[in-house]
Design a protein around this ligand. Structure first.
Ligand SMILES: Nc1ncnc2c1ncn2[C@@H]1O[C@H](COP(=O)(O)OP(=O)(O)O)[C@@H](O)[C@H]1O
Ligand SMILES: Cc1ncc(COP(=O)(O)O)c(C=O)c1O
Ligand SMILES: [Mg+2]
Length: 285
């Protein structure tokens, strides 16, 4: 049985990081081997704060070494990374990626470059964003940034469709072979736009904008997991894009209907395998 190593945060209550990504991947039929970067009581966007701590940096590569020691690392088909507790963890993550690829050269590395975003309220330790841009994102086979994170990676402003296309094309020259921009907030206020680019071109997919009192957190982690699952099923990247969009929209819709802030991934789990919406992607470049 093949597995996916998922290096992300763990929250005791609610859904962000691994607590948003692991169950959807399992529900899509994958074995997931979670490695937690931090263990927090809840995600960092609660006004009351949070408790818990960051795991030691070495723990990431050490745990992967342990899996190698029991002879199972060759079963690892992908390593996914998300929220990191501190910059030292990024070095340990790179060592883990190298180990996985040495044992299974076909394994892919999917990087969700979670960066501190003052406007969004996502809180991270100092220095992580710079390290991600310079050392981590160039090593990834697939990157799944939001607009802000893509903009930092390629060093350009993104406000129009053409700039989004240019930024994706630029990202493809820096290492990654597939780019999924999870949210192009500058393109439309009425709709949520995601763009996916690979060697065959750039594709855009949209979903309606839902009204929330407070925007749910962990949506990016959910989308990254769904897209990774689709790619690992061997679907064409455009199909993986459509699935990630449809399934995440199904979960968001259920979350709004329940009047909850935390994502209703368990309640709406049928959406993860058979979403009720089917928005089609279109080729834009
Ligand atoms: N259809 C939608 N309607 C309203 N809000 C949405 C919708 N889809 C996503 N969101 C919100 O937009 C943001 C999207 O986050 P995004 O930029 O894709 O990734 P990340 O969560 O990694 O920043 C999240 O705050 C999420 O709650
Ligand atoms: C602990 C933790 N993990 C992950 C995330 C990333 O969440 P998102 O998918 O919304 O970017 C957050 C955001 O605040 C967080 O607090
Ligand atoms: Mg994110």
């Amino acid at each position: 049985m093949k597995g996916i190593i998922s290096v992300q945060s763990h929250v005791v209550y609610g859904h962000a990081g691994n607590s948003s990504a692991v169950f959807p991947l399992q529900r899509m039929g994958f074995e997931v081997w979670p490695v937690h970067t931090v263990q927090f009581s809840n995600h960092t966007q609660y006004a009351q704060g949070w408790t818990g701590q960051c795991f030691p940096a070495d723990a990431i590569s050490d745990l992967v070494k342990g899996i190698d020691a029991i002879g199972q690392l060759q079963q690892c088909q992908a390593i996914v990374s998300g929220y990191l507790g501190d910059a030292a963890q990024a070095t340990s993550l790179i060592a883990a990626v190298d180990m996985v690829k040495r044992v299974n050269p076909k394994a892919i590395y999917v990087c969700d470059p979670v960066m501190g975003d003052p406007d969004k309220g996502c809180i991270l330790a100092e220095g992580i964003s710079e390290y991600l841009v310079e050392h981590v994102m160039p090593k990834a086979d697939v990157i799944v940034p939001n607009q802000f994170e893509l903009s930092r990676f390629v060093g350009m402003e993104i406000t129009t469709l053409n700039e989004a296309i240019e930024a994706c094309q630029k990202a493809l020259t820096k290492g990654p072979k597939v780019v999924l921009v999870k949210h192009l907030h500058s393109l439309s206020k009425q709709q949520f736009c995601m763009m996916m680019a690979d060697s065959s071109g750039c594709y855009l997919v949209k979903r309606p904008n839902l009204e929330f009192d407070k925007a749910p957190v962990g949506v990016g982690d959910l989308i990254s997991a769904l897209f990774t699952g689709g790619l690992l099923k061997g679907w064409p990247p455009t199909m993986a894009l459509e699935h990630a969009n449809n399934a995440s929209f199904g979960v968001l819709e259920a979350t709004r209907q329940c009047g909850e802030w935390e994502l209703q991934t368990v309640y709406a789990q049928d959406q993860l395998s058979e979403p009720r919406h089917s928005f089609a992607a279109s080729k834009v470049a």
